[in-house]
Ligand binder design. Structure first.
Ligand code: DUC
Ligand code: ZN
Ligand code: ZN
Length: 468
């Protein structure tokens, strides 16, 4: 298959120019003007459109067992939603769940076989024995899983202690892998949750008050210090709080290789959402919780100053209502007890338009920075670059044609996830995905789906933890 994308305005993390792109098979063969093409080439006119590298979302939970609930999207539905949002590669979380790492990864592969875009896996470590530490190097070298996530929250479920994190950091460092941390102080939060429930405070808003930003800052600082002692790179996931950002800035200013992501919900929404009438606030129960406005302004600033390097979605969808369609779990599990609300929210389909509108259109960032944050930096940090994350000769032809002027309104009724709501219902944005190519195949054409379950490939990743 040969195709020619003509007249588009190509944007990468470093450049911004008008040229044509020739794709042969699955890769970009040439970029330039007046490229010699045979008459058999499929032509796509991109005049007036931005030509972006496919988005790389390094934080999703598809078909994910969170103990009390399983996320609503399968790999089929979640990757289709991602594609409609301009994302062509996901790095999804496989959960150890007390098993050996090879077993956990095999289980993830069984479920990920239906992916319609390219996927890679991080492993969540919940029980770290000497065997687990030994298995890490096999996962990295043979399976291309070059990042691991550990939780400093959820005692008794997912949380590991500081010694475990420290040991893992060292093994990851020695094998060219990146350690990702969910940084909140789990035991202190547990005390606050028990006190709130004992006082009869059961509404969704108590999810936020029992997870204070100070305890995100404390755990972020602690994780950084452990990484420093281990001389290992560190990646803080879903950073939401000013205190956590301050810890990251302080360390980066001293040259410590710490990186952090934030997510669109922290950039556009505040904790006022928890005050919605009835049980509606449960839709916004994710961890860390939404914060007040002063955190938000600092996050935007951190994206501009490169103190934050990535925008991911933490797509972790649970339906709001009980579903007749075989989706067993919903936010309704937490009526009468905020601590039982399945913890997570959707977002995989709206990342690019939201960040383009709130970032580029609102003059908070350049087009290059937009591409860097949503595609290039995650590809580099997690060992996918230059196959993914850019538009260059030899890279996979994962390409998004994006209309920078189209105004539209986000509605769950027209999205592609199986989840029954959007955090951004009714939110008007400028900027819309028009066509998406995955390794040279057109998979999204306007509102038409041309991809297929199983059309994605597994990406073995290389060394992780460096951005240069
Ligand atoms: N952390 C995540 O990264 N996702 C869902 C829930 C959580 O605590
Ligand atoms: Zn987390
Ligand atoms: Zn997550």
């Amino acid at each position: 298959m040969t195709l020619l994308i003509k007249n588009g305005h190509i944007v990468t993390a470093s450049d911004d120019y008008t040229a044509d792109i020739l794709v042969e098979g699955e890769r970009i063969r040439a970029i330039g003007l007046d490229l010699p093409v045979g008459s058999h080439a499929e032509l796509h006119d991109a005049a007036g459109l931005l030509v972006l590298p496919g988005g790389v979302d390094p934080h999703t939970h598809l078909d994910w067992d969170f103990g009390v609930a399983r996320t609503a999207d399968t790999f089929g539905s979640g990757t289709k939603a991602a594609a409609f949002g301009g994302t062509t590669t996901l790095i999804d979380f496989a959960n150890q769940n007390g098993r050996s790492l090879p077993e956990a990864l095999r289980d993830w592969h069984d479920r990920a076989a239906s992916a319609a875009i390219d996927v890679a896996a991080h492993l969540i470590l919940t029980k770290v024995t000497d065997q687990t530490l030994a298995d890490m190097s096999t996962m990295i070298r043979r399976e291309g899983v070059s990042s691991f996530k550990l939780f400093l929250a959820y005692p008794g479920v997912l949380m590991v202690d500081d010694g475990t994190l420290f040991k893992t950091l060292r093994v990851a460092r020695d094998n060219g892998a990146l350690t990702c941390v969910h940084a909140e102080n789990g035991p202190v939060i547990q005390v606050l949750i028990e006190e709130a429930l004992a006082a009869g405070h059961t509404a969704p808003s108590y999810h936020a008050t029992t997870r204070p930003s100070l305890m995100e800052g404390e755990a972020t600082h602690r994780a950084i210090r452990l990484a420093e002692l281990a001389t290992a790179p560190l990646y803080i996931v879903h950073l939401s709080a000013a205190e956590a950002l301050a810890a990251v800035i302080e360390a980066r200013d001293r040259g410590v290789p710490v990186y952090a992501e934030t997510c669109p919900h922290y950039l556009f929404l505040t904790q006022e959402e928890y005050e919605r009438a009835g049980f509606e606030g449960a839709k916004y129960v994710m961890t860390p919780p939404l914060r007040d406005r002063h955190h938000q302004a600092l996050l935007w600033r951190g994206l501009g100053t490169n103190d934050l390097q990535v925008i991911s979605t933490d797509h972790c969808p649970f339906c709001f209502s009980e579903q007749p369609l075989g989706i067993k779990y919903s936010k309704q599990q937490g009526v009468g007890n905020f601590n039982r609300i399945p913890n997570g929210a959707p977002g995989v389909e709206t990342r690019l338009p939201l960040v383009f509108d709130g970032g580029v259109k609102q003059n908070r960032m350049s087009l290059n920075r937009f591409v860097q944050l949503t595609s290039t930096a995650p590809a580099k940090l997690f060992g996918l670059f230059p196959r993914k994350g850019t538009i260059a000769v030899g890279s996979d032809a994962d390409i998004v044609l994006f209309d920078p002027e189209e105004r539209w309104t986000i509605r769950a009724a027209s999205h592609h996830s199986r989840v029954d709501y959007s955090l951004f219902e009714g939110h008007e944005v400028i900027g819309r995905v028009k066509k998406v190519f995955l390794r040279g195949s057109l998979i999204v054409d306007g509102d038409k789906w041309l991809g297929r379950d199983g059309g994605g490939q597994y990406c073995r990743r290389g060394e992780a933890g460096r951005l240069s």
